[in-house]
Design a protein around this ligand. Structure first.
Ligand SMILES: [Zn+2]
Length: 212
């Protein structure tokens, strides 16, 4: 589990999270006046001549909020499952992630795309049953047609860094929306995501650049 205790949460001018950095980067941001402190920890680091308060949260001076409309979750297996509530969209089954797959509504072989609008979560049995046919041919009705999900940007931030209620430093609470990543974490805790780790299936966490 990621440890964030010695990390610094960096906010933009609207107090929305931008990134998580190491202590050293946090100090540099503060002492070059690129950021101002929001919440300090009680810890102090001393050099020979100075004492530095260790920051928990800093706010960038010149960071205007990013274009929130453009922000959306990356297309990935994990995010498709999240969007669909870890349920087969054909039979409503939910359970071990080992038994979930991604299914093309219009099959690949018939020109279907791998996109938010053409992929749904399906259990292995339904995926097999459906084969290379379309839902119309099978007379299937979906509870809702798939679309690109709209997790808000601070929920995406938590997902990107793997932050959840269990590992978030107390001081950061209230600055990050944990609702989506907690849902994912619940499935992990229930042992339902064995196939999400290291399967190479374009995982958010697997493709993150080194943090901090
Ligand atoms: Zn099913």
């Amino acid at each position: 589990m990621a440890n964030f205790e010695r990390r610094v949460l960096v906010l933009d001018s609207r107090y929305e999270p931008v990134k998580i950095v190491g202590l050293q980067t946090g100090f540099v941001l503060l002492y070059t006046d690129r950021a101002s402190p929001v919440i300090d920890s009680p810890r102090i680091i001393r050099s020979i001549s100075n004492a530095y308060t260790v920051p928990w949260i800093v706010r960038l001076q010149n960071c205007s909020p990013r274009n929130r409309k453009a922000a959306g979750p990356r297309f990935s297996r994990q995010n498709v499952y999240l969007r669909d509530g870890f349920r087969c969209q054909y039979c409503n089954w939910t359970g071990s992630l080992l038994n979930l797959t991604m299914d093309h509504l219009i099959p690949l072989a018939r020109g279907g795309k791998t996109s938010w609008e053409n992929i749904v979560t399906a259990c292995k049995a339904c995926n097999l049953r459906k084969g290379a046919r379309t839902i119309e041919e099978l007379g299937l009705r979906l509870p809702r047609m798939p679309v690109r999900p709209h997790f808000n940007s601070t929920a995406l931030f938590a997902l990107r860094y793997g932050l959840n209620s269990h590992n978030i430093p107390e001081a950061w609470n209230g600055y990050v929306d944990l609702s989506v990543s907690n849902r994912l974490n619940e499935h992990r805790i229930l042992g339902r995501s064995d196939d999400l780790a290291g399967s190479g299936n374009s995982l958010i966490l697997g493709q993150l650049p080194a943090v901090g």
